[in-house]
Design a protein around this ligand. Structure first.
Ligand code: HEM
Length: 327
């Protein structure tokens, strides 16, 4: 029972931290940045963006605490040993560092909200109103990125010693940051596509097309690094010449399920890149009705987001199973 509580805390921690990082990064490079001069600057960033970044950072802090308490329970049969686990283990210290970074991100979000309220109150004109967006996304991306990278020190990524372990650690950090870049962008893109379909506003449809095109620009590199770093991770944790363990151990089967889910995500992502984005750009250029394409996109991008959540659920279990190379 306690093992499932730990896996639940890990899932919430992975989901909130990767979404915080990936969505702040996406908003920085893919949302209204480089919008044509004619497009009116936003009065202020939509409230769902502030809410998304604030709540993911707060859930991140709460799930770090839940992870610590359930791990303490698992290690010592009582959660009251959390102080010893916190200061006496690498995991404890990494969880404390991550909770601190995420709490800082929450403070940045609250500060941005107060500032935009203040600027509205003082009505100092749209230029100031649109500035909070930039000063929100950049620091939250950095704090989120450091939190995501820290997972390498709280999982199997830090197993082993010697030069090999440095390669494994570096591959794990790359794996985590590219995973966050991809799946963290899916939630804001899902919201933008739902809103564009509901409002039928060409500006919002253009936001979706620009976001998709910007993400596609990085997409191929992100997927390639994710696969290569995943293979390096697998090499260290399954072990050379032990591929049969893929089919004969709980760890191996969980990894195979993960790769299968990843394959389904890749099919949907390729469709977005090679079919949906060009089609949406075409209807916008022709000023014709993009509702049919937006409807399709809404379905496939939400499906890709659900698959991403299932990959993280798999990872939440995978990291608690003993890798074949360790036995
Ligand atoms: C969307 C795709 C993917 C996402 C979101 C993802 C996410 C993650 C995350 C968050 C971890 C860290 C787990 C931890 O610290 O406990 C991880 C570890 C890992 N990933 Fe991935 N990954 C993806 C694709 C892949 C692929 C394609 C492979 C294999 C080729 C792979 C192989 C691994 C392995 C072996 C680990 C180490 C697990 C452990 O700590 O025991 N991943 N992945």
């Amino acid at each position: 029972m306690i093992e499932w509580a730990l896996r639940g805390a890990r899932l919430l921690q992975f989901a909130s931290t990767l979404v915080l990082f990936g969505s702040a990064l996406f908003l920085l490079y893919g949302y209204r940045s480089g919008a044509p001069a004619a497009a009116p600057p936003p009065e202020r960033e939509p409230s769902w963006i502030q809410a998304l970044l604030l709540w993911t950072s707060l859930v991140g802090v709460a799930s770090a605490i839940a992870w610590l308490l359930s791990e303490s329970m698992l290690l010592t049969d009582t959660w009251t040993s959390w102080r010893d686990v916190l200061i006496g283990t690498q995991l404890g210290m990494v969880l404390a560092l991550r909770a601190g970074l995420l709490a800082l991100a929450a403070l940045v979000c609250v500060g941005s909200r107060l500032r935009s309220r203040l600027s509205r109150g003082l009505s100092m004109g749209s230029s100031l109103a649109s500035r909070p967006a930039r000063s929100l996304y950049a620091p939250v991306s950095i704090l989120g990125g450091l939190s995501v990278a820290s997972f390498a020190w709280s999982g199997h990524g830090s197993i082993g010693s010697g030069s090999g372990s440095q390669v494994h650690l570096a591959a794990d950090v790359l794996h985590l940051l590219t995973a966050g870049t991809w799946i963290g962008a899916l939630l804001p893109m899902s919201v933008l596509s739902v809103q564009a379909l509901r409002s039928r506003s060409p500006t919002e449809a253009a936001d979706v097309a620009r976001g998709l095109a910007r993400f596609s620009f990085f997409g191929a590199a992100v997927v390639l690094i994710l696969i290569l770093s995943g293979l390096v991770n697998s090499g260290f944790l399954i072990g050379a010449g032990r591929w049969r363990a893929l089919f004969a151990t709980g760890y191996g089967i969980a990894l195979l399920v993960k790769v299968a889910l990843f394959g389904l995500m890749l099919i949907l992502a390729s469709r977005h890149r090679y079919r949906t984005t060009p089609a949406l750009q075409r209807v916008l250029a022709e000023r014709s009705d993009g509702a049919a394409i937006l409807r399709q996109l809404r379905a496939t991008i939400i499906a890709e987001t659900v698959l991403a959540f299932l990959v993280l659920a798999d990872v939440a279990v995978l990291g608690t199973l003993e890798p074949p190379a360790a036995s």
